[in-house]
Design a protein around this ligand. Structure first.
Ligand SMILES: O=C(O)c1ccccc1NCC(=O)[C@H](O)[C@H](O)COP(=O)(O)O
Length: 482
């Protein structure tokens, strides 16, 4: 791509501004109505919202910016970049406003070919918390003037460089945030090593942001190990939301305990008329996707001795689901007395393919306390003593499963009603054990559980769900069937 193309983008933008004004035909509030949130909080992963780009053409022409920002927010992302250029990126200031108004707690970067102070005023009033200033597009004095104005308005500036000439131009500003773009804006070629190399010539105290070309967790780790405080992820974030967990984990952004619990709390508020549903013992993709599409809130994958044992690859290849994914483990004690997660479960958790762990073995409260990943304990209940033991766990919820001799879980056995009633007295009830389409309505009516967990009760055979039973279950719960 020749030098003329970048200038062409800018030229088109200037003409649009002449025609439509700096607001680009969008109704911008006279006063900013959303809070200013500081940009680039660490660990910093900035995910982008863009429908198209000159180098890639259409990426996702029908992308809904608010839905996309919701996916980012759920993955623990704190900063979002919104493309507002229309002619080449199919963006709009409306996208930025919708995202910031729906998620005021996010820090929103306006990604645009900013040219003058009016652009900054509009960005601020529309709700941007930060703007991109591209060094190669601006004369040194203009860049300095815009940098000062950005901070005078209260926003942050991400000053982008791509060459040693750009670095020389911005050095006197000593920007707080310096973005090094691995993509050459004139040829649109990316070179992942260029930011690492250029970072060596940056001799002021700044937060370095690695921009463009990030595809997988490995790339994020390379950038972090090379001293970058953050990464800006564009096309990959839009095309592969299923990788967000992996990318965020590599940036050190997740999975945070609170993300799992926050998500569950949101699901509970989404359908207050029925309990949360965990469909457990899933071994195949078809069963997972059906349960997800029917409205399951949690999908359970058993990584323990069981006829329903899951395999790590199928969990890894499952892709994005609305339901959260839980690895069910019977953990073992290591030589230091600490509990060990099975290696494959640890990897799935670190990669963002699992959202939480269900401890289903003989774990003690002290062994689980303070773990760096989201978990809850399942307690096998056969007596009042078991109920008392359950109270000692610190996880926000404890799952009550039936105690069946010689079987860890998936027994099809129910907890006696008097114990369930006792358990329900002490707080929100998570209940498992022998729940099926024949008894679910009565269980929900009698005990008002917050979560029900089913495995063998919706199976055709051990490890294979029965689609009809699954469908019937959700019809019963939604009150569409007697
Ligand atoms: O389901 C299993 O085979 C299993 C094996 C080892 C540890 C835990 C297991 N399942 C845990 C669950 O969360 C089940 O959903 C729960 O025990 C209820 O099962 P079911 O009585 O079949 O509904």
């Amino acid at each position: 791509m020749s030098r003329g193309i970048l200038e062409g983008i800018v030229e088109k933008r200037r003409r649009r501004i002449l025609r439509e004004g700096h607001s680009l035909g969008v109704q911008i509030p006279a006063e900013r109505r959303v809070p200013l949130v500081s940009f680039g909080r660490e660990p910093c992963i900035i995910c982008e919202i863009k429908r198209a780009s000159p180098s890639r053409g259409g990426i996702n022409p029908s992308l809904d910016p608010v839905h996309q920002a919701g996916l980012y927010s759920d993955a623990g992302v704190l900063s979002v970049s919104v493309l507002t250029e229309e002619d080449h990126f199919s963006g709009s200031l409306l996208d930025l406003m919708a995202v910031k108004e729906t998620f005021p707690q996010l820090s929103v970067l306006r990604k645009e070919f900013i040219l003058d102070e009016e652009d900054l005023e509009i960005s601020f009033r529309a709700g941007a918390d930060a703007v991109l200033l591209i060094a190669s597009l601006l004369e040194a004095d203009t860049l300095a003037q815009l940098y000062t104005k950005t901070y005078a308005l209260g926003m942050d500036a991400l000053v982008e460089v791509h060459s040693v000439e750009d670095v020389a131009k911005v050095r006197r500003l000593r920007p707080r945030f310096t973005g090094i773009n691995s993509r050459d804006l004139r040829s649109f070629r990316t070179d992942l090593l260029l930011p690492l190399q250029l970072a060596e010539s940056i001799d002021w105290d700044t937060k370095l942001i690695f921009e463009s070309g990030i595809g997988r967790g490995e790339d994020v780790r390379i950038a972090r190990n090379a001293g970058f405080s953050g990464v800006l992820i564009g096309e990959t974030a839009v095309r592969h939301p299923e990788r967000l967990g992996e990318l965020a984990a590599a940036a050190g952004a997740g999975p945070e305990n609170s993300v799992f619990w926050k998500h569950l709390a949101r699901r509970r508020a989404d359908h207050p008329q029925r309990p949360l549903v965990k469909v457990c013992g899933i071994t195949g993709r078809e069963d997972a996707l059906l349960a997800d599409s029917l409205g399951a809130d949690l999908l359970g994958f058993v990584f323990a001795d069981s006829p329903r044992r899951a395999d790590a690859d199928s969990v890894r290849n499952l892709g994005a689901t609305w339901a959260l994914k839980v690895g069910v483990v019977v953990s073992e004690s290591g030589p230091d007395g600490r509990r060990r997660l099975p290696g494959e479960v640890k990897e799935l958790l670190d990669g963002g393919y699992l959202d939480a762990v269900q401890f289903h073995g003989d774990e003690e409260p002290e062994e689980c306390a303070g773990l760096a990943f989201p978990y809850y304990k399942a307690v096998r209940v056969g007596s009042q003593k078991d109920l008392e033991a359950a109270r000692n766990f610190w996880s926000p919820r404890v799952l009550m499963d039936a105690r069946a001799e010689g079987i860890r879980g998936g027994s099809g056995v129910r907890i006696s009603s008097h114990l369930v009633r006792r358990a329900a007295e002490t707080g929100p009830l998570w209940i498992a054990g022998g729940i099926n389409c024949e008894n679910v309505v009565e269980i929900v009516r009698d005990f008002n559980p917050e979560l029900i967990d089913l495995s063998s009760g919706v199976e055709a055979e051990a490890g294979k769900k029965d689609p009809e039973k699954l469908k019937r279950l959700f019809e019963l719960l939604d009150g569409r069937m007697e």
